[in-house]
Write a protein that binds this ligand. Structure first.
Ligand SMILES: [Zn+2]
Ligand SMILES: [Zn+2]
Length: 297
């Protein structure tokens, strides 16, 4: 049987006022039920991340502090989902994955964490992927804010390309650690062009084994990190990255939900993302060609 798209969601992710993002997953996983019934995706309940793995990227002080917070369980389940998704996609047990995340993400460094994310998702995932035999991991961060925690944890790691779209232009470690200033008033087309130029182009040269994507939608109009993007931007972004993953790393692509508090946007873009992840390579390319032809008319 063909490997399917994994959707990692825990029932405890809904009905709680998660820091920064609130209860934006209140209608999940129900809004994904058609895709799951059609067999396009498989719903997987994540398990907590083990302490020994968390301690590979965080200090004991940080872990002790976060364990005392009400959101610890959600954060740990989010990291657990991200790690399991990455390993299963790497092994080919899943074709790709969408990982729901609360209280965990890109602002968690070795000894500090803030901004709604109190444990690192990608630090532990990279640790496990390298243990599993992967040699190169490409990370794309399109949340509105700079992924400071991820950058701190991954800095100096030559197995990782980390490209973060935020508010600064910076190229470090010979082009392996990159920030791109997207400005506060951009457009869907302009942002996508920057992703092509600064991430897709670098990813083709880097030839990763897998792509991990922190897909915040706080960049959407009316959200707390508003950069002027419309809801239709996000499926186009996923299509672009998926076709790159299909070309360079066997389609191995893991999306982690990042910032953004608009539940209405989440309810549209995440089902669309799963639909795109589940579509065969050719369908994505044809959709892009039709779009390009449409633009010429
Ligand atoms: Zn953000
Ligand atoms: Zn950045």
């Amino acid at each position: 049987m063909m490997a399917r798209v994994g959707v990692f969601f825990h029932p405890s992710f809904k009905g709680k006022p998660w820091p920064i993002i609130g209860d934006k997953f209140r209608s999940f996983p129900e809004v994904l039920s058609r895709l799951i019934e059609e067999g396009k995706a498989v719903l997987i309940e994540p398990r907590p991340a083990p302490d020994e793995l968390l301690l590979k990227v965080h200090s004991e002080e940080l872990l002790k502090d976060v364990k005392g917070r009400w959101y610890y369980e959600g954060a740990s389940l989010s990291v657990g989902g991200c790690v399991e998704a990455s390993v299963k996609v790497w092994r080919g047990e899943l074709s790709s994955a969408l990982v729901f995340s609360v209280a965990a993400g890109h602002h968690a460094g070795r000894n500090y964490a803030w901004g709604g994310t109190y444990l690192s998702c990608f630090g532990p995932a990279v640790e496990r992927l390298l243990e599993e035999g992967a040699s190169k991991v490409a990370i794309l961060d399109t949340d509105s804010h700079h992924g400071d925690g991820d950058r701190e944890i991954l800095s100096g790691n030559s197995s990782v390309l980390h490209v973060c779209f935020c508010s600064t232009d910076r190229v470090e470690e010979g082009g392996l650690k990159v920030d791109v200033n997207v400005g506060w008033r951009t457009t869907d087309d302009e942002y996508l062009r920057k992703v092509e130029l600064e991430f897709i182009r670098r990813a083709y040269a880097f030839e990763p084994d897998i792509i991990l994507h922190f897909l915040g939608h706080d960049t959407c109009q009316g959200d707390y990190g508003d950069r002027g993007l419309t809801p239709s931007f996000y499926p186009r972004l996923v299509e672009l990255v998926k076709s790159c993953a299909d070309d360079i790393c066997g389609g191995r692509y893991v999306i982690v939900t990042g910032g953004g508090s608009r539940a209405d946007v989440a309810e549209v873009i995440f089902p669309a993302a799963v639909e795109i992840l589940a579509s065969p390579r050719r369908a994505v390319l044809e959709a892009r060609r039709r779009e390009a032809e449409g633009e010429l008319e």
